[in-house]
Structure formats: C-alpha cells, structure tokens
Design a protein around this ligand. Structure first.
Ligand code: GSH
Length: 202
C-alpha cells in the first residue's frame, strides 16, 4: 500500500493508522504544486491528500481511507464490531472530518473566499471562535477517557492531527484540559512518533 501525503496535513491520521495496523506500507510525499498536476489529479481529482493506493485500488477521502484500513486489519479494534460502537466511532470521525477539519480549512484557505484582506482577517477571527466552540464539544466527550469513544479508534489520530494545527495557528484551547491530556497521550504513542518522524515533524 502507498499513502500520498503532505507533511502534517490530514493525511497524518491515515499515516498513524497505517502504523497502528502493522501492515507493510510505503509513503510518498507530494509537493503543493504537484497536487494540482495531471499525474496526481488522475489519482485524486480534488488535488488533495490523502490518497491511498492498494494494488489497483485507488482510494481518496480521509474517512473512507481510515475505515478501509481499520477493516483490512480488524484486530487492533480501531473500528469496533457492534453497530452502536461503530456508530460512535463514525459519529466522532464525522465530527473531526466534517466539522473540525472543514471549519479549520477556512483559516488555511480564507483567500479562496474573498480577496479583501480585511474580510479575510474577519473570517479567520470568527472561524477561530467557532473552532473553540467545536473543540469544547469534543473536550467534554473526552472527560474521564483516554480515547474519544473510550477505546482507541480511527477517530483519535484525526483529532490529534487537527490539534497540531490548532497549536500551529495558536488557537487558545489551553482551558480545555481533556484535549491537552489527549494530545500529550498521543505524542507518547509509538506509532504517532514513527509517523511524525517519517514526515519530518519531530
Ligand atoms: N475531504 C477531504 C479533504 C482533504 C483535504 O482538504 N486535504 C488538504 C490537506 S488537510 C489538502 O490536500 N489541501 C490541498 C489543497 O486543497 O490545495 C478528505 O477528507 O480527505
């Protein structure tokens, strides 16, 4: 299997899960320009990471890739068996992918929405407030838990990846103590350390 990634981007979650499932894999870093060139667009028409290639199967979209990897290797239990437990993982994976990530993207790409510098600044500032509100929801969910759903799942590396962005963008979530504890726990994880080192982030 081969994972195409940008260092520190959402593809980091898939990279961590590849480490957790223990199947052989390789990675391919993609340059920002390369993302929009025909050879890469043939794999991922959105010109984004992650893309996973498994033999003749080319898969895009983080949520699909994470579920695919968990289903290839059920043993670590990253996507549990019972419908309710699976639904819980999907609930929080959806929250990371469709709420936190999508909202964060407004900060990274404010220029896609307006050329006006003042409006861009306003968009970034309002998005930061919205993110703090979203982070407080998942902080509450983490109360008394090491992992988002209580057991380690494919949602955890996604949240960790987004928390790294929050640190990078200096979004003040220091009062959200469960998130701080979660982040520290993930930083100590052996698979996380390997993925960070491989992406040149540690
Ligand atoms: N919905 C997609 C979003 C992928 C995405 O936005 N990837 C970002 C990195 S986190 C990217 O490659 N951005 C480059 C760009 O849009 O130019 C997914 O979940 O995989």
């Amino acid at each position: 299997m081969k994972l195409y990634y940008l260092p520190g981007a959402c593809s980091l979650a898939s990279h961590i899960v590849l480490e957790w499932i223990g199947k052989p894999y390789e990675t391919q870093v993609v340059g920002r320009d390369e993302l929009k060139q025909p050879p890469y667009l043939a794999l991922n028409p959105a010109g984004a990471v992650p893309t996973l290639v498994d033999g003749d199967f080319v898969l895009t979209q983080s949520a699909a890739i994470l579920e695919y990897l968990a289903e290839l290797s059920p043993e670590p239990g990253l996507l549990p068996e019972s419908p309710r437990e699976r639904a819980e993982v999907r609930r929080w994976l959806g929250f990371c992918n469709a709420d936190l990530h999508r909202t964060f993207a407004l900060i990274f790409t404010a220029g896609y929405y307006t050329d006006n510098a003042e409006f861009q600044q306003q968009l970034v500032s309002k998005t930061e407030s919205k993110l703090v509100q979203l982070f407080s929801i998942i902080d509450k969910q983490l109360e008394g838990k090491q992992w988002i759903t209580g057991t380690r799942s494919i949602a955890d590396p996604y949240l960790y990846t987004i928390l790294r962005w929050a640190r990078g963008k200096k979004i003040d979530i220091t009062s959200l103590k469960n998130l701080q504890t979660f982040f520290a726990g993930m930083e100590n994880d052996a698979g996380v350390k390997v993925a960070l080192q491989a992406q040149g982030l540690s």
